[in-house]
Design a binder for this molecule. Structure first.
Ligand SMILES: NC(=O)c1ccc[n+]([C@@H]2O[C@H](COP(=O)([O-])OP(=O)(O)OC[C@H]3O[C@@H](n4cnc5c(N)ncnc54)[C@H](OP(=O)(O)O)[C@@H]3O)[C@@H](O)[C@H]2O)c1
Length: 253
């Protein structure tokens, strides 16, 4: 039987890569986002035979979880996988973070994934999995991280409690934590040579993290190859967060 995944933020940089990778594995994907245009463009660009359907929804809206899961049930059946990928940040130090920034980032990046997990769990059974997209910022903190670091760390807590609670039923929950990836979210920053050099130079590999690197980790966890992996944080960062490696090419510049 065809497996089914819900992927939020499907038309974003990392989301699109996740959709393509899962669909290439034969998974039927329900993708969500706020822009019908972007989702339709994504659908049109997928290879024939890939099963994709989309829901236009602001995930902070009260009925978004029911609409998304309802669409999935109607179109493809019960979801095997939920990938909570949609997210947004607001960049400021703690002392300059307003209540409006706090509320917005919490609503998009923590409250909405929590509510979607709550909605999807009753339909899940042995072999199903939730993958939340966190960030190395949620593990290590980061300059001007403010609320972004806090919500990503909160997602880790959600992931771990779900791993404990639903692991007994064979439902796994894991968090994938990418380093900085070249996507619309970070677009302007790559114009600064220092930003580029730092992000390439603080790993043994001397290269950017690509959306496909993140998508491959997600696809692994959304497969029986990840069968005994539960409650984990998987950094996708070339080793940066564990080695604190400073590449010799970076030092030579
Ligand atoms: N890029 C990085 O450096 C990086 C590093 C670590 C972790 N991450 C995480 O990776 C995930 C994907 O980010 P990305 O880099 O691919 O960014 P992106 O290209 O900006 O994509 C973000 C996605 O989130 C969706 N989204 C935002 N607010 C929403 C809302 N209120 N309702 C519904 N959808 C909403 C957007 O949907 P629309 O299409 O409607 O705009 C978009 O598809 C995020 O959780 C981010 O925090 C990114």
């Amino acid at each position: 039987m065809t497996e089914v995944a819900i992927v939020t933020g499907a038309a974003g940089g990392i989301g699109e890569a996740i959709v393509r990778t899962l669909a290439a594995q034969g998974v039927a994907v329900v993708g969500t986002g706020r822009s019908a245009d972007k989702l339709e463009r994504l659908a049109a660009s997928l290879d024939t035979g890939m099963a994709f359907s989309h829901v236009v929804a602001d995930i902070t809206e009260a009925d978004a979880p029911q609409r998304i899961v309802g669409h999935c049930l109607e179109r493809f059946g019960k979801p095997n996988y939920l990938v909570n990928n949609a997210g947004a940040g607001a960049w400021a130090p703690v002392h300059a973070t307003s209540d409006a920034m706090l509320d917005e980032v919490i609503a998009i990046s923590l409250r909405a994934p929590f509510r979607l997990c709550r909605e999807v769990i009753p339909y899940m059974s042995r072999g199903c999995a939730v993958v939340n997209i966190g960030s190395t910022f949620g593990i290590m903190g980061g300059m001007d991280g403010g609320i972004y670091c806090a919500v990503k760390a909160g997602l880790k807590g959600l992931t771990q409690t779900m791993a404990a609670q639903y692991g007994e039923q064979g439902i796994r929950s894991n968090l994938v934590a990418p380093t900085v990836v070249r996507t619309p979210m970070t677009e302007g920053a790559w114009d600064y040579p220092a930003f580029q050099r730092i992000n390439q130079g603080l790993t043994p590999f001397y290269r950017d993290c690509r959306p496909e690197d993140v998508a491959n980790a997600v696809a692994f966890l959304c497969s029986d190859k990840g069968e005994f992996i539960n409650g984990q944080v998987l950094p996708v960062d070339g080793g940066w967060s564990t080695t604190r490696m400073i590449n010799s090419r970076f030092l030579a510049q």
